[in-house]
Design a protein around this ligand. Structure first.
Ligand SMILES: *[C@@H]1O[C@H](CO)[C@@H](O)[C@H](O)[C@H]1NC(C)=O
Ligand SMILES: *[C@@H]1O[C@H](CO)[C@@H](O)[C@H](O)[C@H]1NC(C)=O
Ligand SMILES: *[C@@H]1O[C@H](CO)[C@@H](O)[C@H](O)[C@H]1NC(C)=O
Ligand SMILES: *[C@@H]1O[C@H](CO)[C@@H](O)[C@H](O)[C@H]1NC(C)=O
Ligand SMILES: *[C@@H]1O[C@H](CO)[C@@H](O)[C@H](O)[C@H]1NC(C)=O
Length: 167
């Protein structure tokens, strides 16, 4: 488990209503098992369960109070393989940066996709007094557990030619 103080973070968001309501514990109806949290280390899970868990993870990490810590504790492998260029692998390395960097930002979810074992989200990230950034995050599940992450980011350019650039 990737454990941190649970009082550090309050993300302020305005732009998205979570498309699923947290149901705890999540039931894997295909396998006929209740998947208790935390979901790591990996246990067998159906693609249907992974899809629900992927959406739930995105909902919690962006929109729940203390959601970054809670979602990392519950969904992310301690041995998280990280491909983001400025973060090292291991869940704590990502968590500590997210906790220090993500207050008072507006997140607008644009697309969510899932095709087992990969979950993906495209969103607009707006920090105070900053240029908006487009993010695409990609996660790989192993059974119940998210074990690997990639992201691609692009800052909104100053003189974009395209009126629908990035978003
Ligand atoms: C993450 O940090 C917490 C708090 O220091 C520690 O208890 C935990 O073992 C660490 N997890 C890993 C995977 O290093
Ligand atoms: C976030 O959205 C709210 C409501 O539209 C706005 O008042 C606030 O300034 C925005 N914050 C940022 C960082 O863009
Ligand atoms: C954003 O810019 C305004 C105007 O320059 C300033 O008053 C405010 O403190 C800035 N906010 C942040 C979070 O830097
Ligand atoms: C998935 O997790 C299991 C149990 O920890 C491990 O044995 C297996 O190698 C993992 N599979 C992949 C593709 O990482
Ligand atoms: C954007 O356009 C303005 C006005 O033409 C120009 O002054 C500025 O250098 C341009 N910025 C970039 C990054 O091209």
């Amino acid at each position: 488990m990737c454990t941190f103080s649970k009082v550090l973070l309050a993300i302020t968001v305005f732009s998205w209503t979570p498309i699923v309501t947290a149901i705890l514990p999540l039931t894997d109806r295909v396998l006929g098992v209740v998947q208790q949290r935390p979901l790591c280390p990996a246990r067998p899970a159906s693609p249907e369960f992974q899809r629900a868990a992927s959406t739930e993870f995105i909902s919690e990490i962006f929109f729940e109070p203390n959601g970054v810590t809670e979602s990392f504790d519950n969904f992310i492998s301690p041995d998280y393989i990280q491909h983001s260029p400025f973060l090292l692998s291991g869940c704590n390395n990502t968590l500590s940066v997210l906790l220090s960097a993500s207050t008072n930002v507006n997140i607008t979810i644009l697309q969510i996709m899932f095709d087992s074992p990969y979950g993906m989200v495209h969103y607009r990230f707006q920090a105070p007094n900053s240029t908006a950034i487009a993010f695409m995050d990609l996660w790989r599940f192993n059974g119940t557990c998210i074990e690997e992450h990639w992201d691609v980011t692009e800052t909104f350019p100053e003189n974009a030619t395209n009126p629908i650039a990035l978003f």
